[in-house]
Ligand binder design. Structure first.
Ligand SMILES: [Zn+2]
Length: 277
């Protein structure tokens, strides 16, 4: 599943490659995504200019002229690629391409999703805040609203494991399983600790590690996933080195102690028993 750094890397690539282009046509596949793509989608977007590609949590917001916005979520296995219109390859991959937008320079934007957990919706920008999926989200982990005071307030009195608190999208939007483990290694806090028992000093280290770890991953263009393609249709690169996630039994990069694996909230979590308390 693409995590926030991958989505942000994709957003940035798409913004650079398609902002300013006009949608001149397109096609929508027949198989439904998690929600059915509305039939007049193409008629509604045709002739509109892509003003910019923004992001909220893991939702890509392709802002169009005239106040419309394409809301896209990659789900488990989705990708959006910006492809050249190579002769013979134009047209939907009947199995996995769900939408294709032809642009005025002969290129096309393709939304592909083999497992069909993604979302593709067309909305008025003004009504975006009413979208249930977006309105329930907590602050952006890279934004100024996400502070130690805020996190301390949310952790107070909570029995839930600190890792689950960080992964709760209502608390902070866009921290997934992989980076939650990395953040807690950086902060020196075990993923299983009850939120209420995490000290103020530890909360401050976590609040600092969240934007650091995600920011470094974005700079490194995100982690690699089998299904993840960047907007040029290339697989993401192993630019980000994960220090703890997926490294059970391997030596901790800081102290050499073997990394342990534990299940927290049904998700695999990794930690160093010496560096994380
Ligand atoms: Zn260690």
């Amino acid at each position: 599943m693409p995590e926030l750094p991958e989505v942000e890397s994709l957003r940035s690539l798409l913004d650079r490659s398609v902002a300013g282009r006009t949608i001149v046509g397109g096609r929508i596949g027949k198989k439904p995504l998690r929600r059915r793509v509305t039939r007049d989608f193409i008629a509604d977007v045709k002739g509109r200019r892509i003003e910019r590609v923004a992001r909220r949590a893991k939702y890509l917001l392709i802002e169009l002229s005239g106040g419309l916005v394409i809301v896209a979520h990659l789900g488990m296995s989705g990708s959006i690629t910006h492809r050249d219109a190579v002769a013979g390859s134009f047209g939907l991959d009947p199995k996995h391409d769900h939408a294709e937008f032809a642009l005025d320079n002969g290129t096309r934007l393709v939304f592909n999703d083999p497992r069909r957990f993604g979302i593709l919706r067309l909305m008025d920008r003004a009504s975006l805040s009413t979208l249930k999926e977006l309105s329930a989200l907590g602050p952006e982990p890279l934004g100024s609203d996400f502070t130690a005071d805020y996190l301390a307030d949310k952790a107070r009195g909570r029995k839930v494991a600190i890792k689950n608190l960080l992964m709760d999208q209502r608390i902070v939007a866009g921290v997934g399983n992989i980076y939650a483990s990395e953040i807690l290694l950086r902060a020196g806090v075990r993923p299983t600790r009850r939120s209420a028992r995490v000290t103020r000093a530890e909360i401050e280290r976590i609040a600092k590690a969240v934007p650091q770890v995600l920011g470094e991953a974005i700079e490194g263009r995100g982690t690699t996933f089998r299904n993840y393609l960047d907007s040029r249709g290339e697989p993401g690169r192993f630019a980000t080195k994960l220090l703890v996630y997926g490294r059970e039994g391997e030596s901790c990069v800081k102290c050499g102690t073997p990394i342990r694996r534990v299940i927290v909230g049904q998700r695999a979590s990794f930690y160093c028993p010496k560096c994380q308390r």
